[in-house]
Write a protein that binds this ligand. Structure first.
Ligand SMILES: Cc1cc2nc3c(=O)[nH]c(=O)nc-3n(C[C@H](O)[C@H](O)[C@H](O)COP(=O)(O)OP(=O)(O)OC[C@H]3O[C@@H](n4cnc5c(N)ncnc54)[C@H](O)[C@@H]3O)c2cc1C
Length: 440
């Protein structure tokens, strides 16, 4: 059972979609003269980034020879998973058939890339099909690896362990949060890069509100255990979140890195860095009744094992790109975007929205023999609609230099009702009808 008002929310979401669909249908008529080429384009990964680039290439090219390699027949609007876990929408609201969003001109290979060979300019799929290319776009995102956190495998979704990082687990998280009877609710943030770094906090603030609504807050302690020193890497946003956490009675355990789960005992083991000597760590065990965590994430094996990825160092396995042009530093006909790239702080759909037009421009410039001085540049724009409770969102926008930015003419560090409405209704509609159509 969802929270009351589900039908009203559905109706508003539908209305927002219809309005934006009509607006973008008009925008779709405007097209610059398409580029004619016999070049073969391959996109690996048909998630947010892959489909957005596919749509933009189809708008820019006349009769494109474009192949998309994507194993899944369903397309996820992942930001919606937080709302599913908060009981606001059903899972089905954010999961749609992939084929509805594929441009007609695209050839879809429903398979996984298992080998990427940029020397021979070929991608090989799981069933052994070689797919040659002249230009390659890598957009595989990241994979979840629950087995890499000791003690977690087989326990997610039960034994008090939950995550919003898959649609199914998000649904299960809602069941756990809405039936929570009190105790210690522990929310964790990993030390490794994750998509939407703000998501673990969002679900915590929503959970704290929910516990109050259900009257279990007096017998509940909410703890946020994070490897960080504060709640956000940018002062203005960190100050706001510290206030939100304090008002909701959240206890922050900084410098805490989750290293093991003992599901049978409901205990979480943390490596805790010393405040003055960060390299020295001790272990601490916290008991919980409910534990929200983020499974370890990394690029798929095909990327990690390819010459496109960093072979060693702290970025090992992540796909190398020039973080401004999104072109590979050694293979000029390879571009990448989205969660898989090595650029810092940009693992969001909002970042993809700004990356995709830059990537497509630079790819076409390369195709037409232009040099890098004609390239467009991406400056690291990303945004995180940080839900600070039911009805309030702080739209935290920033760039590579961690400068706070604001799309709107007001202080971005203030949680607002208008941004909540944007998050629930406008951003999903913009996604399905603007971004995935190559128009936003
Ligand atoms: C809980 C949650 C909340 C979020 N909240 C927000 C938010 O509020 N705002 C925001 O902007 N972003 C948010 N995000 C992040 C956003 O969803 C991602 O950053 C975005 O989807 C990244 O796009 P991508 O295309 O790189 O990866 P994905 O969208 O994950 O797509 C990757 C695709 O590649 C495919 N693939 C993987 N391996 C292979 C292979 N070997 N061969 C072929 N295909 C492959 C996968 O099947 C998948 O379809 C959230 C994410 C989550 C999980």
């Amino acid at each position: 059972m969802l929270l009351p008002g589900a039908r009203r929310r559905q109706a508003l979401a539908r209305a927002a979609e219809l309005a934006l669909q009509a607006g973008f249908a008009l925008a779709a008529r405007r097209r610059t003269a398409p580029v004619r080429t016999a070049a073969r384009f391959v996109i690996v990964g048909g998630g947010t980034a892959g489909l957005t680039v596919a749509a933009r290439l189809c708008r820019a090219l006349e009769a494109p020879r474009l192949t998309l390699i994507e194993p899944s027949c369903r397309h996820l609007y992942q930001p919606g998973q937080t709302l599913v876990a908060a009981g606001l929408f059903a899972k089905a609201h954010f999961v749609r058939p992939q084929r509805h969003y594929l441009p007609r001109a695209v050839t879809w290979l429903q398979d996984r890339a298992v080998l990427i060979d940029p020397e021979r300019q070929v991608v090989v799929t799981g069933n052994g099909t070689p797919v040659p290319y002249d230009f390659l776009v890598v957009a595989t995102g990241v994979e979840l690896h629950p087995e890499q956190l000791p003690g977690l495998e087989g326990h997610l979704g039960r034994d008090g362990l939950c995550t919003i990082y898959t649609p199914e687990q998000a649904e299960q998280t809602w069941h756990m949060l809405s039936s929570f009877q009190g105790g210690t609710a522990l929310f964790t943030q990993p030390a490794t890069p994750i998509k939407c770094g703000g998501a673990p906090q969002k679900i915590m603030y929503l959970a704290a509100d929910l516990f109050r609504r259900h009257g279990v807050h007096r017998r509940t302690q909410v703890i946020f255990a994070t490897p960080g020193e504060r709640l956000f890497g940018i002062d203005a946003y960190a100050r706001t979140l510290a206030g939100v956490a304090a008002r909701k009675g959240v206890v922050c355990a900084f410098r805490h890195r989750l290293v093991e789960v003992r599901a049978a005992q409901r205990q979480a083991v943390f490596a805790v860095a010393d405040e003055h000597h960060p390299t020295s760590e001790r272990h601490e065990v916290l008991s919980y009744d409910l534990l929200h965590l983020v499974p370890p994430m990394s690029p798929p094996a095909a990327v990690q094992q390819s010459p496109l990825a960093h072979a060693s160092g702290p970025q090992q396995g992540w796909l190398q790109v020039d973080r401004h042009t999104l072109q590979h530093p050694r293979y000029a006909n390879v571009f990448a975007l989205g969660d898989v790239i090595d650029a810092p702080g940009t693992k969001t759909g909002a970042a993809v929205r700004k990356q995709a037009p830059v990537l497509v421009h630079n790819l076409l410039a390369t195709l037409q023999g232009q040099d890098a001085s004609r390239f467009r540049r991406y400056h690291g724009y990303t945004s995180c609609p940080l839900i600070t409770g039911y009805g309030r969102v702080m739209l935290a926008e920033f760039d590579y230099d961690l400068r706070p930015l604001s799309t709107f003419p007001w202080d971005p560090a203030r949680p607002r009702r208008s941004m909540w409405l944007l998050k629930l209704y406008l951003l999903p509609a913009l996604y399905w009808h603007g971004m995935l159509r190559g128009l936003a």
